[in-house]
Design a protein around this ligand. Structure first.
Ligand code: NAD
Length: 476
């Protein structure tokens, strides 16, 4: 049980799993095998900092190894604990299966508030944590591949990759031991913003289906939709920025640790982010009305609510007060199982975490493949593609001139058509395709089965079905 008297995060994930499994025809033994977490490793290590030895506790949990490597981020937060890491590892299993990334599920966490340490200290701590995990093959390109999560980013991933290289000097595939690295350290373009971009693509796909939009009591497109975002970190910032700049959404509320700000005309996301970086919170931001009680921001009127911070923020205490007709879980587990049930009965449409934030692991998959193939996506084809497009354009222009029709291709069309796709464009295309396909696989179950009334159950059923199939193929 959690402090709120509700099931813990892991139990909550298990309850969601059970609901889906009860609608499937799985042998009970296989159902149990899929649900349980295979292993959790706890490590305590000391680092000499500021003239004393400080002891840190970290975890790496492997939920499933039906595919290897197991994949999942490393989180730095003061209250990380085993239950949370296991819940997140389980979600990774289902998420990877849903987006067809060939990985098992894993997750890691370190009990630390990174804001209390400077860059040099964080490097010492990260190196030591990585050392402990690498020497036990808990970080390894073939077995277990971490990525960023809350409190970590490109910097930490680059340090982990470097630490692996120091300990495995002849491993030619060493860079694939971790994803989310900066491009200059073997990363891939588009990974930093991938999870937020995936949230945007998920909403775009949802709004391509007028029936689904109607189920949420909404109509039209994303243009003009009022959005509340909780957590302006990596995921929330990118999702909010893309939705407001590219899709015409109006982000009316940003909720952070110190409260929320509101502006019915829409907040400038980059300006809010800069303010938070400089002042440590949203308080005092000049273009919005400030309220101290952050959680109350979740209860404000909007079209789309995007919790993108931490788990359990919408629970049995506040679920009844939520007014959003559509919630997209950009964070992992922002709704408890109890809140999920209350909101479903209210008719709220919930786009679930295992789908909504899968953009990160999808692009991590591309990065891992890039590292193993040792070549940038598009490097071989780009100029050849451009040359072929030039041939067509030249021929069209010749035909037009010869026949006297006098058609002219617009310079904008020519510019766009002639350009071969670079790595970033290919990553976006692969991510968009993945998010569309995964939504359609959930949607098909949602719409064709009378006993499935929500996208989460549908998503779990697709994912669990795939995991079960791969265990069966192994003879289990
Ligand atoms: P982050 O550390 O970059 O940002 C988290 C943000 O939430 C910060 O701005 C922080 O101040 C804010 N926050 C923390 N506690 C809060 C609270 N109680 N109320 C309001 N705001 C609060 O983390 P992130 O990488 O953006 O991850 C956010 C969520 O998305 C997590 O649940 C994570 O597991 C999930 N996620 C992240 C990724 C990724 O690629 N980074 C991928 C999939 C899922």
């Amino acid at each position: 049980m959690s402090a709120t008297g509700e099931p813990s995060f892991r139990q909550s994930v298990d309850l969601m799993f059970n609901r889906a499994a009860s609608l499937m025809d799985l042998p009970p033994g296989l159902e149990e095998k899929i649900r349980v977490c295979n292993a959790t490793y706890t490590v305590r290590f000391g680092v000499r900092l500021r003239g004393e030895i400080r002891t840190f506790t970290g975890y790496r949990s492997v939920h499933s190894e039906h595919f290897e490597p197991a994949k999942g981020g490393i989180r730095y937060a003061p209250n990380v604990h085993q239950d949370e890491v296991e819940a997140l590892a389980a979600l990774m299993t289902y998420k990877c299966a849903l987006v067809e990334a060939p990985f098992g599920g894993s997750k890691g966490g370190l009990c630390i508030d990174p804001r209390h340490y400077d860059d040099f200290e964080l490097e010492q701590i990260t190196r030591r944590f990585a050392y402990e995990l690498i020497k036990r093959d808990m970080i390894n390109p073939a077995q277990n591949v971490p990525a960023p999560d809350m409190g970590t980013g490109e910097k930490e991933m680059a340090i982990i990759a470097d630490q692996y290289a120091r300990m495995n000097t002849t491993d030619i595939n060493g860079k694939a031991c971790v994803t989310g690295k900066p491009p200059h350290a073997g990363g891939i373009r588009g990974r930093v913003e991938a999870t937020g971009r995936g949230v945007e693509y998920a909403l775009q796909e949802f709004f391509r289906h007028p029936d689904d939009v109607k189920t949420a009591g909404l109509s039209g497109t994303l243009d003009g939709k009022r959005v509340i975002v909780q957590g302006l970190g990596n995921v929330g910032y990118h999702a909010a920025k893309f939705l407001s700049i590219e899709d015409g959404c109006i982000v009316t509320h940003v909720i952070e640790r110190d409260g929320f700000i509101m502006n019915p005309k829409g907040l400038n996301i980059d300006a809010v982010r800069d303010w938070i970086t400089e002042h440590g919170g949203v308080k005092g931001y000049p273009e919005g009305e400030y309220h101290e009680e952050g959680l109350k921001g979740l209860e404000e009127e909007c079209d789309i609510l995007i919790p993108a911070a931490i788990e359990g923020v919408i629970n049995m205490h506040n679920a009844h007060e939520i007014k959003a007709p559509l919630i997209i879980e950009a964070a992992n587990g922002p709704l408890t199982a109890g809140a999920d049930e209350i909101l479903r009965h209210k008719g709220v449409v919930i786009i679930p975490d295992l789908y909504a934030n899968a953009g990160g692991v999808t692009v991590s998959y591309f990065e891992w493949v890039k590292n193993l193939s040792h070549i940038r996506f598009g490097r071989m084809q780009r100029r050849q593609e451009e040359a072929r497009h030039h041939l067509i354009v030249n021929e069209l222009e010749r035909l037009s001139a010869d026949s006297g029709v006098g058609w002219q291709l617009s310079p904008d069309f020519k510019e766009k058509y002639l350009r071969g796709a670079d790595e970033l464009e290919l990553v976006r295309s692969g991510l968009d395709d993945t998010m569309r396909a995964a939504y359609q696989s959930m949607r098909e179950v949602w719409h064709t089965r009378n006993d499935v009334s929500d996208l989460r159950t549908a998503g779990f059923m697709v994912a669990v079905g795939r995991v079960a199939a791969s265990y069966r193929a192994k003879g289990l």
